[in-house]
Design a protein around this ligand. Structure first.
Ligand code: CO
Ligand code: ZN
Length: 329
């Protein structure tokens, strides 16, 4: 799992520019898939199990990550940028971004009268290093930060949602046979509004949908006691976030499967944010949907942290869900 996470997180793939990560994932799943396709938006759709047998299940983890898009560059190589997804100034300052051609830029800000004041996004710039270095308006970059192994925990940029990608790859590899028709979707453009999952869910028309994504945390100093999720206590089964009320039948299915298989889990009520499951739930005439979340600290910073055991248990839970008969759907 750690090695998979290290490989996956280091590939830059801001929303809309997922080609490098898609190629890497396709190679990782090739030996385990019954069919692999890419749709017009760029979603990588991996089928396991015979078409027409059992339930049609869609699993989704997004391949894209937050980043920046250049909106203006001056002669001295200072670029202004638009955010791609949820980009926050305190996480940008002093950080680095890497363009798709490999060029690195440094983010800093206009001089402000008060050095302790956090600048706004439009006061920030990317210093490209003296000249434009071939970077043009419209070029995109991802945040750049190396992977660190802290034992049970790992730290990297883009664990949102490469940990979900790693969980799906690992579940696919563990799944020997299935009575269902399963679609593992590695989706695009989640960070800009669950766009890839929207078209993938329409095409697949699943009986059940499950997203795998990161969620918030409540176990660092002075976090308001609103979030009951902690690192290392198991994958979180989502009950609610700001975009979705998970289908209670899906929640019950996940909880009873986890209890039967003795997999630790947590109950998640997330106050802000949502996942691809929202798009699946609202697709066509509606689909029963839920989310399995990996607790993640400092989401959307270049140093996100997860507990690897939570990812391993999430993969085990998904394998258990996909291995049994589904009676309720
Ligand atoms: Co995100
Ligand atoms: Zn995410």
């Amino acid at each position: 799992m750690k090695q998979l996470l290290q490989q996956l997180t280091q590939i830059p793939a801001p929303s809309g520019y997922e080609h490098k990560i898609r190629d890497a994932i396709r190679e990782m799943v090739a030996d385990y898939a019954d069919e692999i396709t890419t749709d017009a938006l760029g979603n990588l759709i991996v089928r396991k199990g015979k078409a027409g047998q059992g339930k049609r299940i869609m699993l989704a983890a997004h391949m894209d990550e937050i980043g920046v898009m250049v909106s203006h560059i001056d002669e001295n190589g200072f670029a202004r940028f638009a955010p791609i997804g949820g980009v926050y100034p305190p996480y940008c300052l002093g950080g680095r971004v890497r363009f798709l051609n490999g060029h690195v830029g440094v983010i800093n800000s206009e001089n402000t009268s008060d050095p302790n004041k956090i600048p706004s996004l439009d006061q920030l710039f990317i210093d490209l290093g003296g000249t434009k270095h071939g970077i043009k308006v419209g070029d995109v970059a991802a945040f750049d930060r190396s992977f660190a192994d802290l034992g049970d925990r790992v730290v990297s940029k883009a664990l949102d949602d490469r940990v979900g990608v790693a969980v799906l790859i690992s579940a696919l590899r563990q799944l020997e046979s299935t009575r269902h028709e399963i679609y593992f979707v590695f989706s695009v453009q989640e960070e800009v509004g669950v766009r890839g999952a929207t078209t993938a869910a329409f095409q697949i028309a699943p009986d059940v949908g499950i997203a795998v994504d990161v969620t918030g945390w409540g176990d660092t100093p002075k976090v308001p006691p609103m979030v009951d999720v902690a690192l290392g206590k198991g994958p979180a089964i989502k009950i609610r976030d700001s975009g979705m009320l998970a289908d209670p039948r899906v929640v019950d299915w996940m909880i009873s499967t986890a209890e039967k298989a003795k997999i630790p889990y947590q109950r998640e009520v997330l106050l802000r944010g949502s996942t691809d499951a929202r798009a699946i739930q609202l697709s066509r005439a509606g689909v029963p949907a839920g989310t399995i979340s990996i607790p993640c600290r400092y989401v959307h910073s270049p140093s996100e942290m997860i507990d690897v055991r939570d990812a391993e248990n999430a993969a085990a839970l998904i394998t258990a869900l996909l291995s049994a008969e589904i009676t309720w759907a």
